[in-house]
Design a protein around this ligand. Structure first.
Ligand code: FNR
Ligand code: 8K6
Length: 347
């Protein structure tokens, strides 16, 4: 019998072994309570995905001023930690593993939620409005002071500690998709000329500081990081960004974090200044375990893993459409196609 590489065990590090190479990609579902507390329904939803090697939770905000979408869960209050405990217990009862994705929206946050104009690296806004809230158009953010920036770094570390207290197996720092950390990493959103901008080293400083503080808080083996070196969502590309990511990936290789994760919707997208896809660029510039993602099926993703394009396969939308996705793939059962109407409930 031939073995399926997707269902091989994968050793992330000396503390964490995954039962297979399928990763549930983080997906915002906007189903937490108005106090941003995860619900029992969310616990059941995640438990139905515990057959994959590792679940990455939906993005979870680390402080109230980081919120940019309605009813996204948080990890900064005791009530939220208690809500997440239910989720992690259910996933563990089903022999699954789950990391918490730590999130701050930066300029894509909104005063509708926090009562004040969002802070960001530079006062450069994005076009558009909060999804599902057309009246809430995006604001021009206020440039963050050093004190605010230090507070953010601390908030990521506290969020990581809270996540471990809530029973998560680790955390994924959300450094992708045009949110706060990514805003430091691209010239389109960072025109600072102080310690936090103006050069590759300065622009990477915030991401590295967050990684280092989170590692100090919970241990490197429990820390993953998602990055979007290619600008594609809430962000414009700039060829100077390349040097920032070259530097950042080089620095990250000096740290023994659990994995890196590509942040993209379609990994077939290529970026001229990266010389190809985001996954190919990250693979050739990093020795870390790489989670690839973006419009893969089990078949195309398996091929990519076999070709050593990445180590672990992130699956997003198909996991919304298919509870027990991993089991279905393993048994070669038919997969239900995803459609956006499925976002209306937690199947
Ligand atoms: C996402 N994605 C996403 N990414 C992230 O880092 N944090 C998040 O909270 C979300 N939220 C989210 C919600 C929904 C409804 C979708 C469809 C996507 C991106 C996601 O993790 C993944 O990168 C993409 O969906 C591409 O993978 P698939 O869906 O093609 O397998
Ligand atoms: C539905 C609740 C809000 C979800 C927020 C996360 C955003 C995911 C929504 C999917 C939109 C896809 C946009 C991808 C842009 C790629 C452009 C090439």
């Amino acid at each position: 019998m031939s073995t399926d590489i997707l269902f091989e065990k994968y050793t992330l590090n000396s503390d964490i072994t995954l039962k297979n190479r399928l990763i549930m990609a983080p997906m915002t579902r906007c189903m937490a309570t108005d106090k941003l507390v995860p619900t029992p329904n969310m616990a059941e939803y995640y438990a139905r995905r515990a057959d994959c090697g590792l679940i990455i939770s939906e993005a979870t905000i680390i402080s109230p001023e980081g919120q940019g979408y309605i009813n996204t869960p948080g990890i900064f209050s005791a009530e939220q930690i208690a809500g997440w405990k239910l989720v992690t217990q259910k996933v563990h009862e089903h022999q699954g593993k789950i990391f918490c994705q730590l999130w701050h929206c930066g300029r894509v946050a909104h005063s509708h939620f926090s009562g004040h104009t969002p802070y960001a690296p530079s006062p450069l806004g994005v076009e558009g409005s909060v999804p599902r809230m057309r009246e809430a158009t995006y604001e021009v953010p206020v440039e963050a002071t050093d004190t605010i920036i230090e507070g953010w770094i601390e908030a990521y570390a506290q969020g990581a500690k809270n996540a471990v207290e809530a029973g998560f197996d680790g955390v994924e720092i959300h450094g992708a998709n045009g949110y706060l950390i990514d805003q430091f990493l691209h010239y389109a959103s960072n025109v600072r000329e102080d310690l936090w901008g103006g050069s590759a080293e300065n622009m990477a400083r915030f991401a590295l500081a967050v990684v280092d503080r989170v590692v100090d808080a919970v241990g490197a083996h429990k820390v993953g990081l998602r990055l979007s070196p290619g600008a594609y969502f809430n962000m414009d590309g700039d060829e100077r960004d390349r040097a920032v990511f070259d530097y950042l990936l080089m620095e990250l290789d000096k740290r023994s974090i659990a994995y890196l994760h590509v942040g993209v919707f379609d990994d077939a997208m290529t970026f001229e200044y990266l010389g190809g896809s985001m996954s190919a660029y990250m693979r050739s510039h990093s020795a870390h375990t790489l989670v690839g993602v973006g419009s893969y099926t089990a078949a195309t993703g398996r091929e990519a893993v076999q070709n050593n394009q990445f180590d672990l396969l992130g699956i997003g939308r198909p996991m919304i459409a298919n509870p027990y996705y991993a089991t279905k793939i393993q048994k070669s059962e038919a997969i239900v196609d995803y459609n956006e109407a499925m976002l209306a409930e937690l199947n």
